[in-house]
Design a protein around this ligand. Structure first.
Ligand SMILES: Cc1ncc(C[n+]2csc(CCOP(=O)(O)OP(=O)(O)O)c2C)c(N)n1
Length: 514
């Protein structure tokens, strides 16, 4: 077998069995190997930003890596913004990036570039395979690196001759290190802080935002009254009826300052102290009181869930957690369609076990409020602020979880970045309801324009934030990629469209005119 086949067999043996790709000439042996090897699902994306976002959504939900297959430096570079988001999400992900044959590099052919230079800032592990005889072992190491807690991006560069020359065979899967146990001393310090009676806030991220970690945090809250929060943009949060509810840290600096103004003890589980997303003239960057004591119960690579349970036990916390969300589906609103009525309708019909990919931007608050007591679901957010993640993220999540309904909530501006994901949804018949909030504006930037102190914006400035002229037509855009779509203008129309899309199988798009 050749190097490419040895690599594909190695990936499958290491449980990497989905490849999101947009390939080129240098990856043709890998592409050909997909037919020789059983067990690797290959999914085409029509732009690399969609490909990498899909791999992120898959990794967040499958909790194991997919691989990408990308075309040299430019292919990787096209995918960087969503790799940035995936890095922020600590998603396990293996990039396979084709390169020119080793002996071709000296000629500086047009597609030659610094692939390692493109890969390094988003990758925890980067390696260029020197020979077809090492490709398999390098592939196994890439998977091991991607899966090491809490999860990271591993980029394996595959020169074309290492793919086409003979290999010895696949390499066996390497062991994956579990999250490191938290030191008893950290548990003791946090338990002591929680017993102090001071005003305490616990911020959770990572696995701690799944039911088990949330339950342990809810037990601590029941015993001590500590507040439980999560980052504004958590990679994955389980929420809804029957699950311990957390406060989501708000977006704007002064709101974060207000959220934490009384806090004396801040306990961090797999996260960092909250700071403002941007700096603004005259506003805080560091958003917790300077006087608050900060305790790291668990670092990102550590087992924060077991640590929370150990703290709850050390405190003698009751078995029953506080703040378990009840099931309260909102009534169906009538008349005006805005983000709040839309959110109520989404919460009303949201099926149990749904996955929400949320890049709704300024239209997101309504659904976040309304779904707090909806059927239990997973919520995925835009972790790195690089817009254009939501559609591919939803697509990858639907590949990972074919039995669950995926709902993508998206601003129209961000959705335009990676709308090619819709084509992949149609081709793969993925079960995604895409809701596009069509305000025909970069609305958040209109708010930011004022907040940064740019006074009296003129028509040129304002037109840079406006998406009219020409207006986008999401029904046509979706139809052009094989996705059934409808435009809605009232709450009743949206309720009809959303309920029927949720009942149907396969991708749908609803354009919500705001
Ligand atoms: C990759 C990238 N490019 C540009 C931006 C700047 N940016 C932030 S929000 C935004 C507009 C978002 O518009 P939309 O998705 O329609 O949401 P809205 O603000 O209208 O609710 C832009 C361009 C960004 N965050 N990331």
């Amino acid at each position: 077998m050749n190097g490419a086949e040895s690599l594909v067999r190695t990936l499958v043996a290491s449980s990497v069995d989905v490849c999101f790709t947009n390939p080129g000439t240098s990856e043709m042996h890998f592409v050909a190997a997909l037919d020789k090897v059983e067990g690797m699902r290959a999914i085409l994306g029509l732009f690399e930003g969609a490909v990498t976002g899909m791999a992120d959504g898959y990794g967040r939900m499958a909790e194991k890596p997919a691989c990408t297959l990308l075309h040299l430096g430019p292919g990787l570079a096209n995918g960087l913004a969503n790799l940035h988001n995936a890095r922020r999400a600590q998603t396990p992900l293996v990039n396979i990036v084709g390169d020119h044959a080793t002996y071709h590099a000296q000629y500086d052919a047009p597609l030659a570039s610094d692939i390692q230079g493109f890969a390094r800032p988003v990758s925890g592990w980067v390696h260029s395979s020197p020979s077809s005889l090492t490709v398999a072992a390098d592939g196994a190491r890439a998977v091991q690196a991607a899966r090491s807690a809490p999860g990271q991006i591993a980029t394996l560069i595959l020169p074309a001759d290492t793919a086409w020359h003979d290999a010895d065979g696949p390499a066996p899967a390497l062991p994956v290190a579990a999250p490191a146990p938290v030191a008893q001393s950290a548990i003791d310090i946090v338990a002591k802080a929680l017993k102090s009676g001071k005003k305490t806030a616990i911020i959770l991220r990572g696995a701690a935002l799944k039911k088990r970690g949330l339950t342990a945090a809810g037990r601590i809250a029941a015993k001590t009254g500590a507040r439980i929060l999560c980052d504004t943009f958590a990679p994955r949060l389980e929420r809804g009826a029957g699950i311990v509810a957390v406060e989501r840290i708000p977006y704007f600096a002064e709101q974060i300052v207000d959220t934490f103004k009384d806090v004396e003890e801040l306990i961090l589980v797999g996260t960092k102290p909250p700071v403002s997303f941007f700096a603004y003239p005259g506003k805080a960057s560091w958003c917790t009181p300077e006087t608050a004591a900060i305790h790291y119960l668990a670092q990102e690579h550590e087992d924060g869930v077991a640590a929370l349970e150990a703290v709850a036990d050390a405190l003698g916390a009751p078995k029953e957690p506080a703040h378990v969300a009840p099931l309260q589906k909102p009534a169906l609103p009538k008349g005006k369609l805005d983000q709040f009525s839309a959110g109520q309708i989404i919460a009303h019909y949201l099926p149990e076990g749904a996955i929400i990919s949320d890049e709704a931007a300024t239209s997101g608050l309504g659904s976040q409020i309304a779904t707090a007591t909806a059927n239990p679901h997973d919520h995925l957010s835009l972790t790195g602020g690089a817009i254009g993640q939501g559609l591919p993220l939803a697509t990858g999540a639907a590949v990972a979880c074919p039995d669950r309904k995926v709902v993508c909530l998206h601003g129209d501006g961000g959705a335009m970045y990676t709308l090619q994901a819709l084509w992949t949804q149609a081709r793969e018949k993925l079960d995604v309801v895409n809701v596009i909030f069509a305000n025909q504006s970069y609305a958040i930037l209109n708010i930011e324009l004022m907040r940064v102190g740019a006074e009296n914006p003129g028509p040129k400035a304002l037109s840079m934030l406006d998406l009219h002229n020409p207006s986008l037509n999401w029904v046509h855009l979706a139809n052009g990629m094989g996705v059934e779509a409808i435009r809605v203008e009232t709450a009743e129309e949206f309720a009809d469209a959303f309920s029927s899309a949720v009942k149907a199988k396969g991708p749908r798009l609803i354009e919500v005119m705001l």
